[in-house]
Structure formats: structure tokens, C-alpha cells
Design a protein. Structure first.
Length: 435
């Protein structure tokens, strides 16, 4: 079995297999059974032949190492970041060390526990399961297979909508499904006889002519968590030998594997430079790949959050304008005082008023000759000095501007290493596990 380090649906939201190989990745999920037939791994030392489902091992040797290359165990992560991507977290450059994604997960979750949920709200949201999840990487089992059913629904032809068998695909089993299936494969029915496809609990599920379809079924455990059981359906599904040879791809050629620099940049793209700066600043072989522009950005972000004003109603940092409402009189007007006794109403001699004579011959349109009034006989009222006083009310407003920390531009995706480097790293990982 290939072993590198220690769901639901398929999209190019996953970076499990190389794009050019066009392998859809299926993840058994909680909605129903997923049925598939595992492809046998070719025996490279015997062209045209296939590896047995399980191989002889020495006493005391790890039973999992008995599995053929039909099975591949590798660390991956699902629904990572705001984009919700899946990718392989195994680091080719550091096969014996904790992966960058796992270390990042541990450091950020520990920070939230130790510093409190309000220290950096965005980090708390990642850990709490809001949009932009920080998912925990996990060891998962991959198999190359033909798939018949996914989450309770038959695989159908996209044109005629009839059920069909889709080949080749990759099925990614969760940790609980992996443990359930491997236990069935490595447990002999008769312990006095060598372990084999015929002498194991699950039976033959890989050989070209006699391999059976297996079913991965969800169930709820006592804690109401979804777990998976893997069983042999008993349905034999022969696959032509040439079809097996044509469709099985060596794992090191199929999987999208990357080195340390790619993983550091991927985490920066998903979660930002300041979080990566914090997570890797004490791990030299990772921090060396953090770009210079991001180093120290955690301290800058933390300081800016500490200085930022709070918006609590009791926050003394906000200097709101103070208005003495007791002394404020609404729209008061100071009116002039008029001595009405000193006012003499004008006396008009009506007899002296001559009715106006209108010469109709000389009348121009819209012109009127008004009566002449002796205005000197009118006594105008006297106003007190100071006249009319109208006060003005000045309204004070204050605008509070909180500047967000500067957003750092994500790093671009680096180039993938050569095929030879990939194979060398894979072989090293395999040797480390088998020691």
C-alpha cells in the first residue's frame, strides 16, 4: 500500500488528482450508500500481472504494509478556507514532519483558546465553523475504482440518463471508513493460514476476474456523529485485464503533490499573511518560505486591533459632543415690546377724500390711479431698540472612522517540482513507513 505521511461530491474545488488526468474524486457522504469496485494495481516486476490484494509480511510487521498499491493512505484536508477546497496536505520536502496545514491548524486553534475569542475575531470565526473554515487535516484512504452509486443515487449517463458504471474515478474514504475497511482486509478468517484475498474477512475486492463491489454506508454513533461501515456486497464485477492496465495510474503520477513552498503560499492565499506569520514564526524550515513582506504582519494586525476603538455604549474612548440639555431652550424668539398706549390710531378724514376721477379715454391697460392718502397724519408705531432677536442653534456632529488593517495581496501559486523529485520523495516516504 502506498502510504504518505500520516464528504461529498466532486469538483475542481478539489486538488487531489492532477488536472490533466481528469479523475473525478468521490467522497462517500451521509445521504446514502456509495458502491464501487476497486481496480487492481499492476505488478511492475511482472508485466501484465497484478499485485495480490495483500502481501506476505514478517511476524510483528505492520499489517497495513501488507496491502497492495490498490490502496493509498495520505493526509488531505476538506472544505479548507472560504473557497472550501480539498487538497493533499502531505509535504514532499518534509515527509517525516508534521504537515504545514496541520501545524497551522494547531497553532491557530491554540491561539483562540489561549488568547480568547475576541483577540482576533477572524481567527475565531475560522475555528468556530463560520464561512472560511479552518478544517483539520486527516489521514484518508484513496482507491482507484469504478463507481456504481454515490450517496444513495445510481451513477447515470449524462445523455440518456440511464444507470452506468463510471471508470476510472478516485474514491476518498474518511478516517472511519478507512479503518473499517482495512480491518476487514487485514484480518484473516483462518489465522493458521497466510493472509490473502480468499482468507480475509472482506473477501476478494480487487482481482480483475473475481473482485466484488463494496458498499460504504453511513450511520450515526452514540454521539450522533456520522461514521461509515464498509462491506462486501457479494456482487462480483469482472473487469477486463487490459482495461485495468489502461486505467490504473501510479499514485505518484496521479496525485497532485507539492513541496513546502507551495503549501506555505497556499495557506497565505486561503487565510492571509499575518496568520501564517504567526503560525510558522517559530518553525525555521517553514518560516523561511514566508515572503519578506508578510513577516511581522501578525504583530501589526494585533497592535491595530488593540488600538482600535470599541463601539460599546459605555466606551469612554468615543468622545461624543456633550450638550447641556437643561440650558437648551427649544426655538426661543425674543419679540420686541410694543407700548400700545403710545400708539395713536391714524385719523382719516373721509370727507377730504376725493373719489378718483378716471378718464376712460386716457386709461392705459392694467393701470390704476389709487386715492391719495395723507400719510403725515398717520403716526407709525415705535419699536424698542434692539429690534427682533432670533437666536440660532448650532448642531454638533462627530464622525468616527475606524480604519481596517491593510489587506495583503495573496501570493501567486508557485510551480510544481519535477516528476523525478516527486518520485524520490514518494519512495522516501514509503521507506520511512515500512521501517
Amino acid at each position: 500500500m502506498k502510504k504518505f505521511g500520516t464528504g461529498t461530491g466532486f469538483v475542481r474545488r478539489d486538488f487531489i488528482t492532477k488536472t490533466e488526468l481528469r479523475r473525478s474524486v468521490y467522497n462517500p457522504g451521509s445521504k446514502g450508500s456509495t458502491a464501487f469496485r476497486i481496480l487492481p494495481a499492476p505488478d511492475l516486476e511482472n508485466p501484465g500481472a497484478f499485485q495480490p490484494q495483500s502481501m506476505p509480511i514478517e511476524p510483528g510487521e505492520d499489517a497495513w504494509s501488507a496491502l497492495s498499491d490498490s490502496f493509498c493512505e495520505i493526509e488531505t484536508v476538506r472544505y479548507m478556507g472560504e473557497e472550501g477546497i480539498d487538497y493533499i496536505t502531505f509535504d514532499m520536502d518534509r515527509p517525516d514532519n508534521i504537515s504545514p496545514a496541520m501545524l497551522f491548524y494547531n497553532r491557530i486553534t491554540d491561539f483562540v483558546k489561549e488568547e480568547g475569542r475576541k483577540a482576533i475575531p477572524a481567527w475565531t470565526n475560522w475555528v468556530s465553523g463560520y464561512k472560511g473554515d479552518l478544517s483539520r487535516p486527516s489521514s484518508r484512504l484513496l482507491v482507484q475504482a469504478a463507481i456504481l452509486k454515490h450517496q444513495g443515487k445510481d451513477i447515470v449517463n449524462s445523455k440518456n440518463k440511464q444507470p452506468e458504471i463510471k471508470l476510472p474515478v478516485v474514491v476518498q474514504l474518511s478516517r472511519s471508513a478507512e479503518v473499517a475497511m482495512i480491518k476487514e482486509i487485514i484480518t484473516a478468517k483462518d489465522e493458521s493460514q497466510p493472509l490473502s484475498a480468499a482468507n480475509c474477512l472482506i473477501g476478494d475486492i480487487t482481482s480483475p476476474e473475481g473482485g466484488c463491489v463494496i458498499s460504504c454506508d453511513p450511520y450515526k454513533n452514540v454521539d450522533d456523529q456520522t461514521r461509515y461501515a464498509v462491506t462486501n456486497t457479494g456482487q462480483v464485477l469482472p473487469i477486463d485485464i487490459q482495461m485495468c492496465l489502461n486505467n490504473f495510474v501510479a499514485w505518484e503520477d496521479l496525485l497532485e503533490l507539492h513541496g513546502t513552498e507551495w503549501h506555505v503560499n497556499k495557506l497565505i492565499n486561503l487565510f492571509g499573511g499575518s496568520a501564517v506569520d504567526y503560525a510558522f514564526r517559530e518553525t525555521a524550515d517553514l518560516y523561511r518560505y514566508v515572503p519578506e513582506g508578510y513577516r511581522g504582519s501578525y504583530e501589526n494586525e494585533r497592535n491595530s486591533l488593540l488600538k482600535a476603538p470599541s463601539f460599546s455604549s459605555n466606551d469612554a474612548q468615543l468622545n461624543k459632543p456633550q450638550i447641556n440639555t437643561e440650558s437648551l431652550q427649544p426655538a426661543q424668539l425674543t419679540l420686541p415690546q410694543i407700548n400700545t398706549e403710545s400708539l395713536n390710531k391714524p385719523q382719516i378724514n373721509t370727507e377730504s377724500l376725493n373719489k378718483p376721477q378716471i378718464n376712460t379715454e386716457s386709461l392705459q391697460p392694467a393701470q390704476l390711479t389709487l386715492p391719495q392718502i395723507n400719510t403725515e397724519s398717520l403716526n407709525k408705531p415705535q419699536l424698542n431698540e434692539g429690534g427682533l432677536t432670533i437666536p440660532t442653534l448650532t448642531q454638533v456632529s462627530q464622525q468616527i472612522v475606524v480604519e481596517k488593517p491593510e489587506q495583503l495581496e495573496p501570493m501567486s501559486k508557485p510551480a510544481v517540482g519535477s516528476t523525478n523529485a516527486i518520485k524520490a520523495a514518494m519512495e522516501k516516504a514509503r521507506q520511512n513507513v515500512n521501517k
